[in-house]
Design a protein around this ligand. Structure first.
Ligand code: ADP
Length: 558
């Protein structure tokens, strides 16, 4: 068996061009470009000499993923490269990787094989410091809140009813629950606190939904960080620090320009969690890309039941970034797993399992059609797929009336011919008219919005609300927050809220355990099952194989 080079090996051997060349080819004027070294730059939308956003959006989503990841980022990059190869003016818009998962399980999040964005090590590590800025803004807020309590607590904040925590961009389970303020009267007021990972901070979600600096300040001011002893919400604006938080984010909010291996310009910016937040790159980056390119290829976290639904019902309501096409990434491996095959046996040919598992893909593609957008299935080819399996899957898609193409952008690169057929099909869908619609109207009661998503998208019979969730619904009503869209926090592995129910389960109920109003981001999180907002590290973290060689080159990033 051939041993493939690692993603890092491929990235290191790739020809990387000075970022000024990429910027010039993308039509970015020099005044709008702020260099961060030779291969990274920020783009200042305020100085950009380009028309209003008009590029079409292609959203890359996926079937229900398996723990391996199905190659959404890889396909996003490869598809964009292939569209560029076909002569389209294209830009990629991706999330920034989070450091904690890189040191833990993931090892890297900049695509893979010959479809990656560069410089992969810098993007995966500290990049341009945006996550540091979000971390600082979050922790400045918490320091200011605790100081307010210490200095006399004029706002009457109840330290037992804080909803905001401190954050770090690290998987550190020991910090999930902490007691702060110990040590006596001059050391602050003791209270139970905790840490989330930076990507779970509401400030990250705000950062990614803000339309500009003024809107960023406004949204930061609207964040509810806790409640008073009288159970009234307390906001950042009540504390009067939205200006300071905006100041801490004013450089970070400018999108970061990098390039793919094939030289396609990419804006990599922002990265909110895909469960308790909406899971896509910043709106500012998407809109900046739409000012510069005819087609913007972007990605949403998890499967289409979560990522695509949130893109349509949360992000595309803030500004009109509705997609002209949705690519649903599927793999033969993952379909076989949904058809009942154990993880260890996915590399063996198994047509019956594929035939059983395809029900998962069927539900996802028809869900996309409910938004009035045409799906295109991208079969992300793995070396272990047999021709028989690939042919059967293509035939199934044709019989189902769904466009599909096998893509080998990982192995051959979008800059090669690995994604030509996929690109041609996507380009045809993009240029055809569509009739985008949101799944639900905002003036429906919150319960009804959740029920609509659960029944229409997940295929659930109904929704059960726990007693605390029902109480929270009443509070949401009382505080005038009912008009916000819903952000579902559900396992990505199943349409249901039980990660072990693969395929296309039927006859289940969605259990809403609690609701968290995110008044700055502007959505209500509905928690189904346990959601980890501070991940832990595995028994053998990816960090164990990481190093720097004698020349200062990175070692061991995936
Ligand atoms: P996602 O965005 O869905 O999490 P990624 O694109 O990050 O998935 O890919 C996850 C991992 O799988 C990466 O390490 C990538 O190199 C690898 N991968 C993706 N597509 C393929 C493929 N066709 N063959 C082999 N490995 C792949």
């Amino acid at each position: 068996e051939r041993i493939s080079p690692s993603d890092l090996d491929i990235a290191r051997r790739a020809h990387i061009r000075p970022i000024e060349e990429i910027a010039a080819a993308a039509g970015i004027n020099a005044e709008a470009l702020e260099l961060y070294g030779r291969f990274k730059a920020k783009v200042d939308p305020a100085r950009l000499d380009a028309p209003a956003p008009a590029g079409k959006v292609v959203l890359v989503s996926a079937m229900s993923p398996t723990p391996a990841g199905e190659g959404k980022s890889t396909t996003t990059v490869g598809l964009a490269d292939s569209l560029a190869r076909a002569g389209h003016k294209v830009m990629i818009a991706l999330r920034e990787p989070s450091l904690g998962p890189i040191l833990g399980m993931k090892g890297g999040a900049t695509g893979g094989g010959y479809s990656q964005v560069l410089p992969m090590d810098e993007i995966n590590l500290h990049f341009t410091g945006d996550f540091h800025a979000v971390t600082s803004a979050n922790n400045a807020l918490m320091a200011l809140v605790d100081n307010h309590i210490y200095q006399g607590n004029e706002l009457n904040i109840d330290p037992r009813r804080m909803t905001f925590k401190r954050v770090l961009d690290m998987n550190d389970r020991s910090l999930r629950e902490v007691i702060i303020g110990l040590g006596g009267p001059t050391q602050g007021v003791p209270r139970q606190d905790g840490f989330d990972i930076t990507v779970a901070s509401e400030i990250m979600a705000v950062f990614c939904l803000a339309t500009g600096l003024a809107d960023l300040r406004d949204r930061l001011g609207k964040i509810t960080f806790g409640y008073t002893y009288g159970r009234e919400p307390v906001t950042v604006a009540d504390l009067g620090v939205q200006g300071a938080l905006t100041l801490l984010l004013k450089e970070a909010i400018k999108p970061n320009l990098v390039q793919s291996i094939a030289g396609t310009p990419a804006l990599v910016h922002g990265g909110p969690f895909a469960n308790i937040a909406h899971g896509c790159n910043s709106l500012i980056a998407t809109q900046t890309a739409r000012r510069l390119a005819d087609i913007v290829v972007t990605e949403a976290g998890f499967g289409a039941d979560l990522g695509a639904e949130k893109f349509m019902d949360i992000k595309a309501r803030v500004e009109d970034v509705a997609p002209s096409a949705v690519v649903v990434v599927a793999t033969v491996r993952a379909l076989k797993m949904h058809g009942g095959v154990a993880k260890e046996r996915l590399t063996e040919p198994d047509l019956p399992a594929l035939q059983a598992g395809v029900a998962n893909l069927r539900r996802h593609v028809h869900n996309v059609e409910k938004f009035g957008v045409t799906p295109v299935v991208a079969i992300n080819r793995f070396g272990t797929d047999t021709q028989e399996e690939l042919d059967w899957l293509l035939e199934w898609c044709a019989a189902e009336g769904v466009q599909a193409a096998v893509a080998d952008v990982w192995g051959r690169g979008g800059g090669g011919d690995g994604g030509d057929e996929l690109a041609a099909k996507v380009a045809a869908v993009v240029s055809a008219p569509n009739s985008f619609r949101h799944l639900y109207l905002l003036d429906l009661p919150v319960e009804e919005k959740i029920r609509t998503i659960a029944q229409e998208i997940y295929g659930a019979d109904g929704v059960d609300f726990s007693v605390p969730a029902l109480k929270r619904l009443a509070d949401i009503e009382k505080n005038g927050w009912s008009g916000m869209p819903v952000c579902m926090a559900k396992t990505q592995y199943s349409f249901s809220d039980d990660a072990s129910r693969l395929g296309a389960p039927k006859g289940f109920t969605i259990h809403v355990r609690d609701l968290i109003p995110k008044t700055g981001a502007g959505f209500i999180v509905a928690l189904t099952g346990a959601v980890m907002t501070m991940p832990g590290l595995p028994a053998v973290p990816a960090a164990m194989r990481m190093d720097v060689d004698g020349e200062g080159n990175p070692v061991g990033l995936s």
